[in-house]
Structure formats: C-alpha cells, structure tokens
Design a protein around this ligand. Structure first.
Ligand code: ADP
Length: 496
C-alpha cells in the first residue's frame, strides 16, 4: 500500500519534470502534439515533424515568453508548444481548469488536448492522452460556460444501448397509429424549489408559516419572486414544518426552460424579502430537499413537478391481435397484476409502469435534458381497460406527473441535441407562446412512453420477451475482452 501511495504522491523538481517530458516525447514520438509557430524571443524554435520538434525550451525561457507583459496571454501561449504549456501547468504557472480562458475562443480544442495530456500523465493508468475518447472537431464554444468545466473530450451517446427497445417501441407506435394516434392532456406545469429555513423556535417558525400562507405573505413573496424573470410566474407555495425548521415549496412556470436556474434565482429573491420581515430566520439551503430534485419522493408523485401529462389511446381489438400478438383480456390482466398490484406489493412510489424510464431517458439524452432528473420524470402509472362494443378494443393510458424538460438552456444548446429538437419541431423558445415548446416535448415523451408500455406489456403477455432479446441483444462481435484492473482500489479489493 505504501509503495502505491508513494508512487502517487511523489513530486518532481522543475528540472526533473523537464527531463521527464523530454523522455516522453522521445520514447513516444507518435504522441507528439503539433507545435505552434516559433517565438521571436531568440530561443530555438520547435519544428514539427523533425527530431528538433521534440526539443523543449527551458522552464525559464518558457516563463519569460508566457509572462511577457507586452502581449496578451493568449498570444504568448500560441508561441509555446503543447509540451511547453504542459511544463508550465505542471510547474503551477497555469491552472489546468483555466486553459480555455487563457487560450481564447480560437484555441479551445488545443486547451482540451493539453488538459488530456496533463491529466493523463498524472493518472495511475496514463491512458487518457491516447485513449479512444474523442476530442477533435467538437464545437466547444457551446460547452464553455454553459454545460461543463475541465473538458477532456466527449462521448458519442447512443441513447439506447439496449437492443430490442427501438424495435419494440416502434411496434408500439405502429399499434398506436393504427388506432388513430395518441391524445395528450397537460394537467400541470410547475418547476419546484423547496428551501430549508431555520428559526430559533417552533413558535417563530409557525408564525412565518402562517404569514406565507396568508394573502399578504403570498403576495409579498410573489412580487419578489417574479421580479427576477419575465418567464417565472409563481403558481403556488406549499409550507411544512419539522421542529423549528420551515420548508417552502415554490412552484413556478419557467417558459421553455426546464427551469432550475430560473426558480433558484426567484426563490433567492423571495427569501430576501422574507428575511426583512423575519430577521431571525436563517436560510440553511436554497434546496432543502423539499423540491424534490433528482431523488425519489412522494411529494413529486402527489403534487407533480415540471410538466404533468396524461397520454391516452384506443387500440382496436384486431390491431392488438395482428400487431401486438396478444389479446385485450390478457393485456388488461397482466397490467393489473404487474404494473398495479406488483408495484404495490413492492411498496413503489410512482413505479406503476413496465419501463417508462427506458423511453424517457433515451429522449432526455437525445434532446439535451438533465439525465439525472429521470429519477422523478420517469414516475408513471400505466392503465389498461377494455373499451368499445363488447370490450373488444383496448383503452390504454400513461399518467406522468413529473416530466422535467426544457427546449432552451442546459444541454439543449448543443448542436446534435438541437438537431433532434428540430426534428421534433420544438427547438428553442416558442416564438408566440413561451412554454409551448417544452410542453410539447413533454407530450411527445409521454406518447413515446405509451408506445413502449404497450409493446413490452404485449411481449410479456404473449411470452415473446426472451426470444426478442436473444435476437436483438446478443451480438457476439461486441463482447469486450476482459481487462486487468489497474487502479490501486482494485488491487486492494482483491487482497482484502
Ligand atoms: P434553466 O432555468 O432551465 O436552468 P437557463 O436559466 O439556463 O435554464 O435558461 C433560461 C434562459 O433562457 C433565461 O435566461 C431566459 O431568460 C432565457 N429564455 C429565452 N426565451 C425563453 C423562453 N421562451 N422560456 C424560458 N426561458 C427563455
């Protein structure tokens, strides 16, 4: 253990580091990174594609170029080779997190390439620098300051890594279309934030609760809240007390944004107004888990969060037979025994469905939503009952109270995700009615979930599930080779 710890904590002098970096270049010339134009400082210039390209100026020379006061830092960095920038970063002259800011917008890819090298060489595995994680030809200008910090590349994202899901959901769509399509109803729209506020005593907390619940208190908080954004309209305030701690669940419309930033700003402003009235109160956290964001919670299932949508369809009996290969009776029976009774037996909250999370998460990833919000967004109750003459057709619905989506902000600014939003006709802000694009996206998700539920339940009712998985999910070519664990953690585990 001690030898591993030493290995990880050993430090180099600047000179050692310089030698080490030279060694890396000479022993792995294929890892060489393109060098920028030479400096006019009189130092030997690194040339590409020659032995000399591995020549590294001294730390002192590089520092002099980097810190030359007559030039902006970005220009100075352009005069240094990648290896020289790495040397300065490892010596503490350049913060790795600030590479993009220092390089400027026209060298964003270079910043990512250099960060990969620095982190890779400092890691136990040393694989990142030359790994198959791609980093080239990506529009990092959309990521910077919006989606991610300390970027080292990107992962091409297949939204559905489980075979059969596309095929199965397509079959569900076919059945829905054959029945005339899906109707959706939006029954709620409100993102929530629930701060935790301490008072010196339960009595004082109770007084604050009564004030918030009064017309006067409600109006004061609403005025402050709505001053922060033209899209944020306060819909409700729900209060609850535990001991001397008060929880307030703010619910607001957020236009076409998913809304967490927007509601956080509004909540902060409202609490400032409240503080004037109750100077003894202490805001413990803007999110006191009474929201509830990205964690299972009954309050979301009961009250809703984000968009609350019901999607419904009628499938003619003959389509149930020919497309879904089962019967209305078998489907309804299985839905009750599995999705309703089975989930009740398991003590589920909001899990009265077969696999809503599969479909919802795929669309979340493809459209730039926050995938961690699939926790509450996937809550769904699937219902099936016979309808029509003699009950020969199927009435099916999904009820989803917490679809948390936006078409502006977050990952929706990235080009591929925008391409998908475009395809669905809901990219960006709705030009006439703010909020309508995000609401339509929620309706689309509920409809797709309906297709997924219909097809999976049918496969289960007909006993086709395992057969379909074997056909679509067991590709021999894609079984990865075993790899030897190299992290210290893995080593310790095997010795324990
Ligand atoms: P979120 O609140 O989901 O985290 P952001 O705050 O990142 O999202 O994005 C919302 C931003 O987009 C706000 O600055 C808001 O003023 C702007 N915006 C422009 N048009 C709209 C719209 N139709 N709906 C919501 N926000 C919009």
């Amino acid at each position: 253990m001690s030898s591993i710890a030493q290995q990880h904590t050993s430090t180099f002098s600047a000179r050692d580091l310089e030698l080490k970096l030279k060694q890396v270049k000479l022993t792995h010339p294929e890892q060489s990174l393109p060098s920028p134009p030479s400096s006019d400082s009189g130092s030997s210039s690194p040339k590409q594609d020659s032995e000399e390209s591995y020549f590294l100026r001294s730390l002192k020379e590089c520092l002099a170029i980097y810190e030359e006061p007559s030039r902006p830092r970005g220009q100075s960095l352009a005069l240094l080779s990648d290896e020289e920038v790495i040397m300065l970063a490892n010596n503490g002259n350049i913060a790795t997190y600030a590479l993009e800011k220092l390089f400027g917008m026209d060298q964003l890819e270079r910043a990512v390439r250099i960060r990969r090298a620095i982190l890779s060489r400092a890691s136990a595995t040393g694989t990142l620098e030359t790994s198959s994680i791609p980093y080239e030809n990506y529009d990092y200008s959309r990521v910077l300051g919006a989606c991610c910090e300390n970027v080292v590349g990107y992962i091409p994202d297949p939204p559905w890594p489980e075979g059969t899901l596309v095929a199965s959901t397509s079959r569900g769509c076919k059945a829905l279309n054959a029945g005339g399509g899906v109707s959706t109803v939006l029954v709620g729209d409100g993102m929530t934030r629930g701060p935790a506020i301490d008072f010196p005593s339960a009595i004082q907390a109770g007084k604050a609760k009564a004030w918030i619940d009064s017309n006067e208190g409600h109006a004061a908080l609403r005025e402050a809240f709505e001053s922060t954004s033209r899209f944020a309209k306060l819909k409700s305030l729900k209060t609850a007390i535990a001991g001397r701690t008060l929880y307030v669940r703010f619910a607001t419309t957020t236009g076409d944004a998913m809304g967490m930033n927007m509601i956080s700003m509004g909540t902060e402003k409202a609490l400032e107004a409240m503080q004037k009235r109750f100077p003894e109160m202490v805001v413990l956290a803007l999110s006191g888990n009474y929201c509830t964001d990205k964690k299972p919670a009954a309050i979301n299932w009961i009250e809703g969060r984000g968009k609350s949508v019901v999607a419904e369809a009628v499938i003619p009996g003959h389509v149930v037979k020919t497309v879904l290969k089962t019967t209305v009776r078998d489907l309804c029976n299985l839905n009750v025994k599995k999705n309703l009774m089975g989930s009740a037996m398991a003590g589920s909250i909001g899990g009265f469905n077969a696999h809503a999370a599969n479909i919802l998460t795929a669309i979340f990833l493809a459209t730039g939503q926050d995938p961690a919000q699939n926790v509450e967004s996937s809550m769904c109750m699937t219902l099936m009952e016979p309808t029509g003459l003699n009950g020969e057709d199927l009435l099916v619905s999904v009820t989803m109270p917490c679809i948390e989506v936006g078409t502006v902000g977050g990952g929706t600014v990235l080009a591929p995700q925008q391409g998908v939003l475009d395809m669905l006709g809901v990219r960006g802000a709705h030009p006439q009615q703010p909020g309508q694009n995000a609401q339509t996206l929620a309706r689309i998700i509920a409809s797709a979930v309906l297709a997924g539920e219909l097809s999976l339940l049918s496969a289960l009712a007909a006993g086709h599930l395992i057969k379909a998985h074997m056909a679509h999910n067991r590709s021999q070519v894609n079984t990865p080779a075993a790899s030897v664990p190299v992290t210290p953690g893995a080593g310790f585990t095997s010795r324990a």
